[in-house]
Each structure stands twice: as structure tokens, then as C-alpha cells.
Design a binder for this molecule. Structure first.
Ligand code: NDP
Length: 449
């Protein structure tokens, strides 16, 4: 049986970070993936999604400016757009394989299963290691309803050769909102069916209300507090059955998308054979991102139960795991402010506490909320829905939360994050000279200074 210093399961941002660091430190490393090498973000998630968002933004912007200097209509040619998307995704597996080969990392294809606390089977190979890192990411949450196999997931959506004219999203989070905008701007009629009282539950209530208005304005229908009970029919002719306010309803579409959350992708790993504890949020790890029940094993990225399942967290956690394996446990997971953006049009972005969280923690905060569609930066592009909310600690003058809706939000949120991480006060941030006119130059007007 080949013996390694380290086996990494998963070739996405988290796994690749650990494997590379360990190999560069001279360790004998193996890496395994059951799918094409490169992980979700670059092939089936963030990167291809944002290529599609780019096209949707052009349609939105051109419609907003219609009669204001722009005439004629643009439209999305879906097959053409998918061809363009593939220029980003298709090279990823080969490039990743080459990167690993150049580093002399031993690559294995197939689903890994544990045989014991430190041995793994992949295909016909059995491998042993001093340390094993689980970085397998997440997969769509099983819904436990009849016909759920008729749903396509985000991977399927990002591979669609043609875009159907009617689409239903089951779930009301990131995926439903982002895909709804892409599909609506490409001409599809989209309905979101969400089980909660409000969609995008982790985001600011007032900004989400405005975003919902923006979606309704382009014909996206959002049904809340609906309990999906079954999916019926066959490809291209599907019916979603749901209950709403005690009554049964049904709605039909050509395509139904699973946008109802994801869970740790551990089902095939046989973790009980390795004595690895798993909870609802994923592999249970301590502050060193080490399994609490098997010290040989570490976990990082979306599969671990620490932090948000977002790409920047995956490489951050991967670097902690690499350091702890190479040098003994010394680096701990820190709760840094982590910005997040929902790539709708307008974009919603957020960092730090929401107003509700600040209140429930009894924080003494100054809350500034304003709609900004009449600000120059929005009017310039005739953007109809824009707003911000900032939360500044009344005692320290430090920013504890920022929530933005509008074009440029995904960039401006990084300025707020920088200020929060480095404890730059609201006054000092507001006093910084920033290029004008930019989205960033509005920062000062968003702070109570
Ligand atoms: P989310 O967790 O964002 O949202 C899913 C929503 O669907 C939840 O509010 C959930 O409610 C609801 N839901 C669950 N089950 C049902 C059901 N049966 N019927 C109707 N609604 C239901 O998950 P997504 O699938 O949108 O995205 C998965 C993850 O992918 C995200 O958490 C995020 O980490 C990542 N992602 C990040 C993006 C970004 O950073 N821009 C973009 C896309 C994905 P409840 O909470 O009550 O279960």
C-alpha cells in the first residue's frame, strides 16, 4: 500500500491550497477527486455563474437606459453565451492536473472511501497517510419529496444547452436569486417558491424588500411560505405541487431548479470507518480545523462545520490546515469579517452584523439606512433600486455592519470589510480621499460622521 505524508480529498480551492503548501514543504502528497479536477467554484459555481451575470447586466443596463441615449434592444443568445462560458470552465481540469503534476502531487480519480482511521480506497488503489484532509465541498440537500430526481441542480443549470421559457426555482437563497436574474434577463418567466417568511434570510430585511421589488419589476414571481410536496411529470413538462396558507396548489414549467440549500458532501466517504464525527453543518472540527474525533483528519472549505461556505473561506481555511499539519497545531480559525455578495441586478452585498443581530446582541449602534436611486451614481445609469444600511458602534465609532444594494456593491463592500478588519473608524474611513465619481466615493455619505 503506498504511504503518503498527506492525502487530500477534493481538488477545489480548499483542497488545492493544502496540497500545494504541503508539497512545497517537501511532503509526499496525494490528491483525489470523484469529479473533474478543479472544484465547484471554477467549474460549476462562482466563476461560470458570473460570466452569465455579466451578460444579464448588459441587458439590464441597456433596458434601464432605453430612451436615455440607448435605443434598440439587445438580447441574450443562450447557446452563444454558454460557448463563451465554456472558454472559462473547459480548460480548468487539464490546467489543474498539470499544476499538480508539476508539483509532483500524486493524482487519483474516483470516489474516496475510508477503510480505517488513516487509510483510503479509491478505485483499485488503497492509500495510507499520516494525515488526511477532507475538502469535498457540498452537494444539493436531499429534499425527501416524491419526484425530486426531476429537479436539476446548479451544475445542471450552468450546463443548459438551451434556456427553457418557464423556470421554477425551489428555494429562496443565493442560487434562486442569482439564477432568476440571469434567466429573466435571458427572456424566461421565473417563479421562486420559498418555504420561509422572507427570502435571503441572512441579508438585511430592508434591502431584500427592495431587491424583491426589483425582481417583481422584471416579472419574477416570488411565492413565500410555500411547502413543496412533490414534483411530477417528465422532462420539459413538470408540475410542482405545494401547499400555501393551508391550500394545495400546483404550478407548471419546463424546468425546476434545486435552489434549496446544500449539505456537506460526505455521503460516500464511509466516515464511520475512520471515526470522524459529522454534524448538520458538516465535519465537526476544532479551532485548528482538525476532526474532533480523529486527530489524523482535518477538514476545510464548505465541508467543514466552521465558517460560511464561501470561496474566500475555503482558501483561508486551507492555509490554516496546511500550517497545522506542517508545524503542529498552532494556527486557529479566526472569525474575520467575511463579505458576501448576491450577484443579482442590482447586486446585494453584506459584511458584518445585520440590524437584527446587532439588536439581539444589545449593541449600541448608529443605524443609517437610505434609498439611493436618486443619488448621482444611480441616476447616471438610471438604476431604479439602490440603497444602503450601515451600522456603526456608538461607543467606539467602529463599523460593525454594512449592507449595500446597487451596482458596484460587490466592490464597495470590500472597502467596508477592509475598514472592519483593520479597525479603521467610520470617521477615518470617511476622511479618506477616494476617486470621484465612483461607487466608493459615496462611502462618506453612508456613514454617520
Ligand atoms: P441557501 O441556503 O442560500 O438558500 C436556500 C433557501 O431555500 C433557504 O432559505 C431554505 O430555507 C430554502 N429552502 C430549503 N428547503 C426548501 C424547500 N423544500 N422548499 C422551498 N425552500 C426551501 O442555498 P442555495 O441553494 O441558494 O445556495 C447554497 C449555498 O451555495 C449557499 O449557502 C452559498 O454558500 C453558496 N452560494 C454562494 C453564492 C455567492 O456567494 N454569491 C452563490 C450561490 C451559492 P431554510 O433556511 O429554512 O432551510
Amino acid at each position: 500500500m503506498p504511504i503518503f505524508d498527506l492525502i487530500v480529498i477534493g481538488t477545489g480551492s480548499a483542497g488545492a491550497t493544502v496540497a500545494k503548501a504541503a508539497r512545497e514543504a517537501g511532503k509526499k502528497v496525494a490528491i483525489i477527486d470523484k469529479l473533474s479536477f478543479g472544484g465547484t467554484c471554477s467549474q460549476r459555481g462562482c466563476d461560470p455563474k458570473k460570466v452569465l451575470v455579466g451578460a444579464a447586466e448588459i441587458i439590464a443596463r441597456s433596458e434601464q437606459m432605453s430612451g436615455k441615449g440607448i435605443s434598440g434592444s439587445s438580447s441574450i443568445d443562450w447557446p452563444d453565451l454558454m460557448r463563451f462560458k465554456k472558454t472559462f470552465t473547459d480548460p480548468v481540469p487539464k490546467q489543474t492536473e498539470i499544476k499538480f503534476a508539476d508539483l509532483d502531487i500524486h493524482a487519483f480519480h474516483g470516489a474516496a472511501t475510508f477503510i480505517s482511521a488513516n487509510t483510503i480506497r479509491v478505485g483499485d488503489d488503497e492509500l495510507e497517510a499520516s494525515h488526511i484532509v477532507i475538502a469535498t465541498g457540498q452537494r444539493p440537500k436531499p429534499l425527501g419529496i416524491p419526484g425530486e430526481e426531476l429537479l436539476i441542480d446548479s451544475t445542471g443549470f450552468l450546463e443548459l444547452a438551451e434556456l427553457p421559457r418557464e423556470i421554477i426555482m425551489v428555494g429562496g437563497g443565493y442560487i434562486a436569486f442569482e439564477f432568476a436574474h440571469i434567466a429573466a434577463r435571458a427572456g424566461a418567466k421565473v417563479t421562486i417558491i420559498h418555504q420561509g417568511k422572507r427570502p435571503l434570510e441572512g441579508f438585511d430585511t430592508d434591502l431584500v424588500k427592495l431587491l424583491v421589488k426589483a425582481m417583481e419589476a422584471i416579472g419574477i414571481q416570488i411565492i413565500l411560505e410555500a411547502n413543496v410536496t412533490a414534483i411530477e411529470g417528465k422532462e420539459n413538462n413538470l408540475t410542482v405541487r405545494y401547499t400555501h396558507q393551508g391550500k394545495s396548489h400546483s404550478i407548471s414549467a419546463k424546468l425546476v431548479v434545486h435552489a434549496a440549500g446544500r449539505v456537506a458532501d460526505v455521503a460516500e466517504l464511509d466516515l464511520e470507518k475512520a471515526g470522524v464525527d459529522v454534524g448538520k453543518k458538516g465535519v465537526t472540527v476544532n479551532e485548528y480545523l482538525q476532526s474532533v474525533s480523529n486527530p489524523v483528519i482535518y477538514a476545510c472549505g464548505d465541508v467543514a462545520d466552521k465558517g460560511l461556505p464561501l470561496t474566500p473561506m475555503a482558501s483561508y481555511e486551507g492555509s490554516i490546515v496546511a500550517d497545522n499539519i506542517l508545524n503542529g497545531n498552532r494556527k486557529t480559525y479566526q472569525d474575520n469579517p467575511v463579505p458576501s455578495a448576491v450577484f443579482t441586478i442590482p447586486t446585494l452585498a453584506s459584511v458584518g452584523l445585520t440590524e437584527e443581530q446587532a439588536k439581539s446582541q444589545g449593541r449600541n449602534v448608529k443605524v443609517t439606512f437610505q434609498e439611493t436611486a436618486d443619488w448621482y451614481i444611480s441616476r447616471r445609469i438610471n438604476e431604479p433600486f439602490a440603497a444602503f444600511k450601515t451600522l456603526v458602534d456608538a461607543d467606539t465609532n467602529l463599523i460593525v455592519g454594512a449592507h449595500l444594494l446597487g451596482s458596484g456593491s460587490d466592490e464597495v463592500i470590500n472597502l467596508f470589510t477592509l475598514a472592519m478588519k483593520h479597525r479603521i473608524s467610520a470617521k477615518d474611513l470617511g476622511d479618506t480621499l477616494l476617486a470621484y465619481p465612483t461607487h466608493g466615493s459615496d462611502l462618506k455619505s453612508m456613514l454617520p460622521i
